[in-house]
Ligand binder design. Structure first.
Ligand SMILES: C[S@@+](CC[C@H](N)C(=O)[O-])C[C@H]1O[C@@H](n2cnc3c(N)ncnc32)[C@H](O)[C@@H]1O
Length: 236
């Protein structure tokens, strides 16, 4: 009984730390970027995030992985991009600044407070109408996306998953089931800070069993790029 109580206390402490530090981190990142960047300049916003990460703990993907993401954006030229896990919008700003004209980003953040501050940063970077922030869990957001996508119908041609690795496989299966992945090609970027985690292994195992639809294109540091094509359009 004592062991159970101890373990519950540890869990409660971990949650309290996450709630307090998570919020402090969001608030202080936002305040630093807001007051030190040049408003209206996405590159200045990114540089200010990078400066912040040199001094304080940060969960942003950072410049190295960011540059690889930029390469994927330039290669794919996606008209519809989905981001799961916005946080303070570092990766959202990276994606938005390389969206082709008429392109659109839908970004999802489970914590409404974080979603508000992230949206502010996107506005500070100078973007106005190319994006939509959904303050929802990834699971809820995915079920509402078909309606939002209706005019484009083609689905997302780039999906960035940087939310909760435990949900990556479940969310990928939902995106597939909802017909939200562009059938002629979609790059799915997985950010996994712990490559050995079972969650990462599970999704990669699934990808390997569906070789008729998926290929692993690149694996670098904390990022894996997977290419999807619906079975009828896959070129061997
Ligand atoms: C690692 S951070 C994202 C960092 C961001 N991509 C960047 O580079 O700036 C993960 C974010 O995902 C959010 N998150 C966690 N689980 C989620 C879920 N199920 N649905 C949506 N967002 C989630 C967290 O609140 C957190 O803000």
């Amino acid at each position: 009984f004592r062991v159970k109580v101890c373990s519950l206390c540890h869990r409660a402490q971990a949650w309290a730390r996450w709630l307090i530090w998570g919020r402090v981190c969001v608030r202080s990142t936002y305040a630093f970027v807001f007051s030190n960047c040049t408003h209206g300049k996405p590159d200045s916003v990114l540089e200010t995030f990078d400066l912040y990460s040199k001094m304080y703990p940060s969960v942003c993907i950072g410049p190295q992985v960011g540059e690889v993401l930029d390469d994927v954006m330039r290669r794919v030229g996606p008209s519809m991009v989905l981001e799961l896990g916005m946080h303070c919008a570092y990766s959202s700003v990276r994606l938005l600044r390389l969206l082709p004209p008429g392109g659109r980003l839908i970004t999802v953040e489970i914590d409404p407070f974080t979603a508000d501050l992230g949206e502010e940063i996107i506005l500070v970077a100078g973007f106005k109408d190319q994006f939509q922030v959904l303050p929802l869990s990834s699971g809820e957001a995915i079920l509402s996306l078909r309606e939002l996508l209706a005019p484009q119908k083609g689905g997302f041609s780039l999906v960035l998953m940087d939310h909760d690795p435990v949900l990556y496989l479940k969310d990928l299966l939902s995106l597939e089931a909802e017909g939200l992945l562009c059938p002629i090609g979609c790059s799915i970027i997985l950010i996994h800070r712990d490559r050995r985690a079972d969650s990462v292994k599970n999704i990669l195992d699934y990808i390997r069993t569906k070789a008729q639809c998926y290929q692993i294109k690149t694996e670098i540091q904390i990022m894996t790029e997977i290419c999807y094509k619906s079975a009828g359009t896959m070129v061997e």
